[in-house]
Design a protein around this ligand. Structure first.
Ligand SMILES: Cc1cc2nc3c(=O)[nH]c(=O)nc-3n(C[C@H](O)[C@H](O)[C@H](O)COP(=O)(O)OP(=O)(O)OC[C@H]3O[C@@H](n4cnc5c(N)ncnc54)[C@H](O)[C@@H]3O)c2cc1C
Length: 413
């Protein structure tokens, strides 16, 4: 399917496709699903991505990337998403990808030098610590309990976070904490760069979870107990933590959509290959109309998702925050990609559940997509709020209310 992408975006995506076909997928096919990726394989993949000139397309050149705009990086992200290894290879893997973007936007020059450049090179890893256990911040981030208090020229952070992706391996953690006890939470929180080896940072555990085995899939519970960081570790503006988090999350939601739409497309491709070869009940399974129609529906919805993602990215490129289109993309893509991967598993029968194909890894991976970066219901809430903003009451003028006879209509009759 050809989309309204720029020539540059197409060229980079085409090279990314070559990388996927010639390097990444062959390596993926040699490995059983669910296997941890060794640092040697990661280095090999990243070296190849550099050779194909598709390494970190979204990062400005001065920090070690290719300098593509967010919109032009999009098709390459889709390519990368076709394998869990593609994202690692091209350095567009969560959570580092979102954290790099945040550092690029909000970091000062020293922070960029200290953290962004080594992150782009893959020399260090990062985590983003916002979510807290019950009754702290979750779907409702206003419930944040973690605090940071100024003491001389240091900030003292005290709190409890969990589900910090890659938190076990991270070298640096970006922590959201309340810095003003009195203001509304959205104007009272700030972000801090916390070295993972700072005194008082205790990684309690990798929360056992669905999926895993791949690079960056730990989800850490972390206690921050009187952690002291110099004031230079404030990331962005004081009390603007939610604004900066939103700057990270808006595009990060879309990049999730792109990666997962690539994964969904690959799943459908695998399913089509399988049912085209597999025979049963006197024909190939691809001759069964019930399966053909379900594949057709999945392809249609995926195309709508990919089109919508491009529209939202165009709006962001034009300087719009695009909050509603991003929420629409997030909830729609999450459900469409989950359904497509589920259909692919179904089409492949036991091979869909087995680990010779990547489908079961994809299936485990995609389920989180309806919860992370805002659960479906939270995005629907945002969409619904806008949808109900300007309800056209005049549309109901012709209706009859109790005790108010509709004489106008009766006369017209
Ligand atoms: C794999 C994974 C990786 C993650 N990585 C990170 C990370 O790196 N950093 C980080 O800070 N957090 C991370 N999270 C946490 C994630 O952002 C939260 O799980 C998410 O925001 C939901 O918060 P919660 O789990 O506390 O759910 P809760 O707030 O307890 O909500 C539970 C469920 O209630 C429903 N719900 C919530 N609000 C409403 C409503 N208004 N109306 C109707 N239904 C509603 C939703 O279905 C929701 O799933 C990760 C989570 C997962 C699963």
């Amino acid at each position: 399917m050809r989309y309204n992408d720029s020539n540059q975006a197409r060229e980079v995506a085409s090279r990314a496709n070559d990388l996927m076909e010639e390097v990444v997928l062959p390596i993926e096919r040699e490995r059983a699903g669910g296997m941890a990726v060794s640092s040697g394989t990661i280095a090999e993949l990243r070296e190849a991505a550099r050779e194909y000139d598709v390494y970190a397309p979204q990062i400005p050149e001065e920090y070690g990337g290719m300098g593509l705009s967010f919109r032009d990086s999009l098709p390459a992200f889709e390519e990368a998403g076709r394998s869990l290894l593609g994202q690692i290879a091209m350095r567009v893997d969560a959570p580092d990808e979102g954290n790099m973007h945040l550092l690029e936007l909000a970091g000062d020059e020293l922070q960029k030098e200290t953290y962004l450049e080594p992150l782009v090179q893959g020399e260090i890893k990062s985590g983003f610590s916002m979510t807290e256990p019950m009754q702290g911040a979750g779907s409702d981030p206003k419930m944040i309990q973690t605090t940071a208090e100024k003491d001389g020229d240091e900030w003292v952070i005290d709190g409890h976070k969990w589900w910090t992706t890659q938190g076990v391996e991270a070298d640096v953690l970006i922590v959201l904490a309340r810095t003003d006890p009195d203001a509304h939470p959205y104007e009272a929180c700030s972000l801090f760069l916390v070295p993972a080896d700072a005194d008082g940072v205790e990684v309690i555990r990798d929360v056992p979870h669905m999926g895993g085995g791949n690079h960056g899939t730990s989800h850490a519970e972390i206690r921050y107990k009187n952690v002291r960081v110099p004031e230079e570790h404030l990331l962005g503006e004081l009390n603007e933590g939610f604004t900066h988090a939103q700057e990270r999350l808006g595009p990060a939601r879309l990049t999730h959509c792109m990666r997962y739409s690539g994964m969904a497309q690959r799943s459908l491709d695998i399913a089509k290959a399988y049912i085209s070869e597999r025979r049963g009940f006197d024909s190939t399974l691809s001759d069964k109309q019930s399966l053909r129609h379900r594949i057709a529906d999945a392809e249609t919805k995926l195309h709508m998702a990919r089109t919508g993602i491009r529209d939202a990215a165009d709006r962001i490129a034009a300087g719009d925050e695009a909050r509603i289109p991003v929420s629409m993309c997030k909830v729609f893509s999450a459900n469409v990609t989950q359904d497509a991967i589920d259909l692919a598993v179904q089409c492949c029968g036991a091979n869909g559940i087995g680990k010779d194909l990547p489908l079961s890894d994809f299936y485990e991976s995609v389920r989180q997509f309806r919860i992370v970066d805002g659960a479906d219901e939270v995005h629907r809430r945002v969409i619904a709020r806008a949808a109900f903003e300007d309800v056209p009451e005049e549309e109901l003028e012709p209706l009859t209310r109790f005790g108010d006879p509709n004489r106008k209509r009766s006369a017209d009759h």
